[in-house]
Design a protein around this ligand. Structure first.
Ligand code: ZN
Ligand code: ZN
Ligand code: FE
Length: 774
């Protein structure tokens, strides 16, 4: 019997060769109908014999293209249409003109095989790709997505490539960046900007470039490598001399470098890799994955000083694979440092003309002539409870479409340090990649440019603009500079909480625990140790850490000893100078005195930031007084706590008091006990572990109280402090033991990258109410 089915296939099914796959499959099973994309997935209508339909659906699940992932297939029977043919339909341009753009995809298994098959016409071709893999987001200038609107338009396909492109049975059917030695981009190695760059290269010439680059790296040189979303700076990770030189040149004393390996075997030599991590490492997105170090080796002290984890990714472009391939002449398990090429504090370099500004830092430039249109950094993830926990969302992950009911076009401008923006319209919300620190002028330019790009390709005209209450954030200034739009300020921690609600599909009253570094509160204080009761529209601050004085705005963040001194003064008053122990001795009585004076004369901002408490404890333990990258002191504290053996310790005393209708967490006793411990010679490992434990205990205690008071059981966790997996673990366990249903981030990072999402959702809710009232 003939039947017609409507199938809605959800999962990662777009820009991964899914439509040609469906097309071929339908034809194979002699089915008529069509396949069409929209941001919610792939829509298929198929009609034919029932047994063929059954086989078709089975094959969709079992034989889906390598880069895809079929989450579920929703099917319903529809009336027969009597069509004869099966077609790939244009994406529908209905009320929602959201055009889907795929993230960039790492090289697929088939292309990898061809890359190293001597008989293949693309043997060793550094820009091999197909419908299942290759550049997407980073080369798209406009939509609809076809070659003319990408940076591939500069390359005219040769007849062989063209034939593949128009053949629906070919893996390169409609592969926009399709190319080969004869017609596509080529690689080059230059030492100075003046050198002439080669045009088309044959295989031998191209191989020679990689051999030379590999030999430079093997000899300890540092080179810039143009990748998918921008340039990297690269050197041999095992060569301490080279890595140390790189650190000096980049003036980056301790921040860990990301690593790149050719295969899992290399990674497993020095890191533990569980099944989930393996899947992510080898998957289509290829982020940097934080992996626990198996055995400490001396080279790690240069690559990632004092870390217990290494950030590792597998090669994701043919260029990387060829470079690593030729390095095998020197090493069996080559490993590269692959750090984003930029000037300190500035955004990723992606234009050829800009990379030469690094000529004093690198010895050579491995480049190619396929233009990167939109820069995109490497993503960073870690696996937590078998789930992916994203710390930086960029290459391979963006653009990402989230189902969201937007009452109108809304723009969320994000925060400052980890800038992103989000746009929502119709039924979708889409977020920019991580854009960097907006303090920097170039990053701000990059923010504006990316925003314009998104507005163009998603044909988006914001009517409502949501922004952080902090008036000095560049993102807020941008929002305030706009005219003809409705502006909605959103409190920072409210945005944190709501972003976590959005990705967990919560739209009700919940408890929210938000621990982060800095965010402006509604009372003018710097918040960051917050317990809220909130929904998407409003918050009530239910509890918080008691205030301490934050002296010197940005300096307080860069120099943890300032917070430490303030805490000591709060606890010990003038006796602070009589404290034995190294703190006052090493920081200096004069410096401490200066800070005390500033506090006494009220030159400070009160703060409840847990991030700053971490800093202060790291300083009290004499681990770090000045940081060289964001959250360094807190990370160090976590690493030290993890080194602790299995001695049982008890938490320090944190008391919960009721003040003006709020619970306030009193930390003075804890600091007193902690200082005592330090001065009586307790190890840093033990003290930092106890500190973690104390925070976890008090968090659970306060949440229980709020649950009793309000009856709410659902709880969201957000804020940069929860990038600390040790703390996250302790907190989660205790909250669950107390019967709370805990939701965490998995689609957005817990840090300020999630702020723009929360802003959009809060504004959407406020607008709905506003619309109802008027
Ligand atoms: Zn491929
Ligand atoms: Zn060609
Ligand atoms: Fe924050």
């Amino acid at each position: 019997m003939r039947k017609r089915l409507n199938l809605h296939i959800k999962g990662r099914v777009q820009g991964v060769g899914f439509r040609p796959f469906i097309y071929n499959l339908a034809r194979k099973h002699r089915l008529a109908g069509y396949v069409r994309n929209d941001p919610s997935g792939v829509h298929v209508e198929v009609e034919g014999e029932e047994k063929n339909l059954r086989r078709f659906i089975l094959a969709v699940k079992e034989k889906a293209p390598p880069a895809s992932y079929v989450k579920n297939i929703h099917r319903r029977v529809v009336p027969l249409q009597g069509e004869e043919d099966f077609l790939i339909a244009e994406s529908r341009q209905g009320e929602e003109k959201f055009v889907f753009i795929s993230p960039d995809i790492s090289i697929c298994k088939d292309c990898f095989k061809e890359l190293f098959s001597p008989g293949d016409r693309r043997f060793h071709y550094p820009f091999i790709n197909c419908t299942n893999c290759g550049p997407r987001y980073s080369i798209i200038e406009d939509v609809p997505y076809d070659r003319r609107r990408t940076s591939m338009r500069e390359f005219k396909m040769c007849s062989s490539c063209e034939k593949e492109y128009y053949d629906p049975h070919n893996r390169r059917f409609h592969a926009q960046p399709n190319a080969c030695f004869r017609c596509g981009p080529s690689i080059t190695l230059v030492y100075t900007p003046k050198e002439r760059r080669a045009g088309k290269l044959n295989r031998t010439q191209s191989d020679a470039v990689f051999k030379e680059a590999a030999s430079l790296i093997a000899r300890g040189k540092i080179i810039a490598v143009k990748g998918l979303g921008g340039y990297h700076i690269s050197c041999d990770a095992y060569n301490r001399g080279a890595v140390d030189v790189l650190r000096q040149r980049k003036r980056r004393p301790t921040k860990p470098f990301a690593l790149m390996a050719a295969d899992l075997a290399t990674v497993k030599r020095f890191c533990y890799v569980n099944a989930r991590e393996e899947k992510i490492l080898t998957g289509a997105r290829r982020p940097i994955v934080l992996l626990r170090i198996k055995k400490h080796m001396p080279w790690m002290d240069s690559v990632a000083p004092y870390q217990r984890f290494l950030g590792v990714m597998l090669a994701y472009t043919p260029v990387h694979h060829l470079l690593l391939h030729y390095l095998r002449r020197w090493q069996k398990y080559p490993l590269l440092v692959m750090t984003s090429a930029n000037h300190s504090g500035e955004p990723l370099i992606y234009r050829d003309r800009d990379i030469f500004t690094l000529k004093s830092e690198v010895d050579a430039f491995l480049m190619h002539n396929r233009r990167i249109y939109v820069p995109v950094d490497d993503s960073i993830v870690r696996v937590y409870n078998r789930r992916e926990y994203i710390l930086r969302k960029a290459r391979g992950y963006v653009p990402d479409f989230i189902r969201f009911d937007a009452p109108t076009c809304i723009l969320g401008c994000g925060a400052q340090l980890k800038s992103t923006f989000s746009l929502a319209r119709g039924r979708w919300l889409v977020t920019s990649p991580y854009l960097g620190d907006l303090h920097n002028e170039k990053t701000y330019t990059y923010f504006i440019r990316t925003l314009r790009h998104f507005q163009k390709v998603f044909s988006f005209n914001p009517e409502v603009v949501a922004y952080d209450c902090h008036p000095e954030y560049m993102s807020s200034r941008y929002a305030l500079s706009l005219s003809g739009v409705k502006k909605v300020p959103v409190q920072h921690h409210h945005a944190h909480a709501v972003s976590c609600m959005v990705e967990n599909n919560l739209n009700e009253d919940v408890i929210a625990v938000v621990f982060d570094g800095v965010g402006l509160g509604t009372d003018g204080a710097i918040w960051g140790g917050e317990f809220l009761v909130c929904n998407r529209r409003r918050i009530r601050r239910y509890a918080h850490f008691d205030y301490f004085p934050l002296v010197g705005k940005d300096k307080a963040i860069e120099e943890p000893y300032r917070v430490a001194a303030a805490l000591l003064y709060e606890v010990f008053g003038e006796e602070v100078y009589d404290l034995k122990g190294k703190f006052v001795e090493e920081v200096g009585e004069k410096t401490v005195g200066m800070l005390v004076k500033l506090i006494q004369t009220k030159h400070y901002v009160p703060s409840s930031s847990v991030g700053r408490l971490f800093d202060a404890v790291a300083s009290l333990l004499r681990l770090k007084d000045k940081i060289s990258y964001e959250a360094e002191a807190a990370i160090l504290l976590e690493m030290v706590a993890r080194t602790r053996g299995r001695i049982s310790v008890s938490p320090y005393t944190l008391t919960v008091k009721r003040k003006k209708g709020k619970y306030v967490i009193e930390w003075r006793q804890m600091i007193k006990e902690l200082v005592n411990d330090v001065n009586s010679g307790s190890s840093a490992e033990e003290v930092s572990y106890r500190f973690h434990l104390s925070l976890a205990e008090v968090t659970a205690q306060v949440c229980s109280l709020i649950k009793e008071d309000t009856g709410y059981e659902k709880l969201v966790l957000s804020g940069g402090v929860f990038q600390n997996a040790l703390l996250l673990n302790m907190v989660m366990r205790r909250l669950r033991e107390r019967g709370l249903k805990v939701y965490i981030h998995s689609r957005f990072p817990p840090n300020d990258e999630c702020i723009s999402v929360g802003q959009v959702a809060v504004a959407a809710e406020k607008i709905k109410v506003f619309k109802k009232e008027s």
